[in-house]
Design a protein around this ligand. Structure first.
Ligand SMILES: N[C@@H](CCC(=O)N[C@@H](CS)C(=O)NCC(=O)O)C(=O)O
Length: 285
């Protein structure tokens, strides 16, 4: 989605030439874009928005993407948001190896919409089993910067803002509850049961050729494995994941930082002792 010039108050970026990505190492949606760049061999400039330091709430960044989320693309001074839409936009420009094959482009868009609709579910499992509450919570004063910001998306108030703010307010107060884990993990269980059937007869999710749908789900799958979803139970999915993961273009972008790896191990032990690990709350058999 391309923003209007009037949405952007950080005017300096209007002068940026070339392809610039505002992103963060541990952000799943940013990982998609970095893998996309690797596969397509696209040259780009990197601007880190450190989500742990909550730089997404800075006036500077909200002046570029009023939604306050990464990744955000600046291409020759135009701002594009939403990872899946950014990839579709770039696929049309760098079209030598299409990851959105034209003959199934509508199907692909629907599949990506579905994947994006589960982003808060992925986030719930991340903030329950990988990132401790103390590190992930967003204090009301920080959150109010986004809540009060008057930034627009294509000239209109951001329709996603309330949902985002509500997510973080609930997380601040209650963390991620068992009920939320059960709801979200059950959705992924259904997804992987379906993928396991699909991948019994073909190499990739849309047939025998790799597409952006594989890319998007590769990133989510890695995150879900780290969150404790027992992907190894879905043999065909595991084979598909391992094949992609053997390619450095993919695996180097999804490496979990050592501190987070350690916290996820600690959270695993704590939750296991309380019998609250994801596999205690949802039966994957
Ligand atoms: N639908 C968006 C989701 C973007 C998103 O939620 N990004 C996360 C990182 S993966 C983020 O910036 N989180 C910061 C926050 O929630 O404050 C996309 O695909 O780009």
């Amino acid at each position: 989605m391309k923003l209007n010039k009037s949405d952007i108050s950080t005017k300096e970026i209007l002068e940026w030439k070339g392809i610039h990505l505002l992103h963060f190492s541990g952000s799943a949606c940013s990982q998609k874009l970095r893998i996309f760049f690797n596969i397509k061999k696209i040259k780009w400039y990197s601007h880190i928005i450190n989500l742990i330091k909550q730089e997404q709430f800075s006036e500077w960044f909200l002046g570029i993407n009023p939604r306050g989320l990464v990744p955000t693309l600046v291409h020759d001074g135009d701002v594009h948001i939403e990872s899946n839409e950014i990839m579709r936009y770039l696929d049309e420009i760098f079209n030598d190896r299409r990851l959105f094959p034209l003959h199934i482009i509508d199907e692909i868009s629907n599949d990506l919409e579905f994947e994006d609709s589960l982003h808060h579910d992925l986030r719930r499992l991340t903030f329950r089993y990988i990132i401790p509450h103390s590190l992930g919570k967003k204090a009301p004063d920080i959150l109010s910067k986004k809540e009060k910001s008057k930034g627009t998306i294509q000239g209109l108030p951001d329709e996603c803002k309330n949902r985002e703010i509500t997510f973080w307010k609930n997380h601040y107060k209650y963390g991620i509850t068992d009920e939320e884990v059960i709801e979200s993990a059950t959705k992924f269980k259904k997804v992987y049961q379906n993928f396991n059937k699909i991948l019994a007869n073909q190499n990739y999710l849309k047939g025998n050729d790799f597409t952006v749908v594989d890319l998007a789900w590769y990133v989510s799958t890695k995150r879900l494995i780290t969150s404790g979803i027992p992907i190894y139970k879905y043999k065909n999915v595991k084979k598909w994941f391992d094949k992609l993961n053997n390619d450095n273009n993919f695996s180097k972008e999804i490496k979990i930082d050592l501190p987070l790896l350690i916290t996820s191990k600690i959270l695993k032990i704590i939750n296991k002792l309380k019998r609250k690990y994801v596999t205690d709350l949802v039966d994957f058999n």
